[in-house]
Design a protein around this ligand. Sequence first.
Ligand SMILES: [Zn+2]
Length: 316
Amino acid sequence: MKCVICGNENLDVLTKKLRYGNGIVNYCSKCDYGMLEAGFQDASEYYDKEYRKKYKDELTNDREEIPEEIYQMRCRYQKDRIHAIKNFFDKEKSFLEIGCSAGQFLNKIKDEFGHVAGIELSKQCAEYVRQHWNIPVYSEELSQIKWDGKQFDYIGFFQVLEHIEDPRQFLLNVHERLKDGGKVFIEIPNLNDPLRKLWKVDAYEQFYYHEAHLSYFSEKSIGMLLEDCGYKVERIDYIQDYNFLNHVYWYFNNGPQPDCIFGLNEPNIDFKKDGENIQEAGTEINKLLADTNRKYFEILSKYKLTSNLFIIASKI
Ligand SMILES: [Zn+2]
C-alpha cells in the first residue's frame, strides 16, 4: 500500500484494531494521513443495504432504520454546518449535497439558494427526500450520473469523504461538476480528535477507527490533497460534536456513554425536583456546565483539537 496523497510507500501503522473488528490503518507521516487497508467492492450496493444494517445509525437503537427517524434524530444537529455556510446563501446560486441522507441539511437550506439537489445512494432515503422535501435526488454515484455538462456553484459533503475508496478521484470528479470559482464545503472527522490526542483515552483509540472510514485526515493532509486536485483552501473551522462531560466520562470510564443523546447536546443534568432551592441550584449548575462547555469548545478549536474539520475551498 502507498500513500494516496504523496505516493510514499514507507508507511507506519496507526492501529490494527477497529471499532468492530480487525483491520490495519496505515499512516503516512509526510502527509499526516491515515488509510484503512480494506474496502468494499461496490459502494452503491454497500450503502444501500449493508452499511445501514451493519452499523445502524448511532443515534438510534437496534431497530431497522427508517428515513423519517434519521431525519428527526439528525435535524437538530445541523446548526454548525449551517453557521459555516451562511455567508454563502444566495438565491442566484446552486447547491449540491453529496450523501444527503434523509435531507436533514438540504431541507433547512433549500430556500436560501436558487436550486438545491442531492445525491444519496440509499434508495429509501433518496425517495424520502424527493417525496417529503420536494428536492431532486440522484441515487447513483457522482461519476455515474449523466450530467450533460450540468455544474453547480457549491457542492457540500459532510462525513462522506472518509468513506470514499479513492478520495483523490472523488475530489477530481467534484471539481468537474463545479462552475468556475465554485466552492466545496467539506466536513470530515479530525485525525487530531481530542479524546485521542488530548485525553489519550485507551479504549477510544480503538473506538475511533471505524471499518467504514477508509481515510483519516488532518488539516495538513486534506489541505495537500485539495491543492493537488485543483482547489485553494480558503478557510477551516474546527467543529466539536460531543460535549465536555462526555469527554470526562470517557476519561474516567474508559468507555462510551450508554447513548449519544447526552453527549451531543449542551450538558444538562436532570436534578430531580425536590423543593425550590434544589431546583434553583440545579438551574445554576446547568448554566455553569453550559458556560464551561462553550469555553471548552473554544479551547479545542483554538488548538485545532476538535472532532471535526469543516473546510471551505474554491475551484482554481
Ligand atoms: Zn503521504
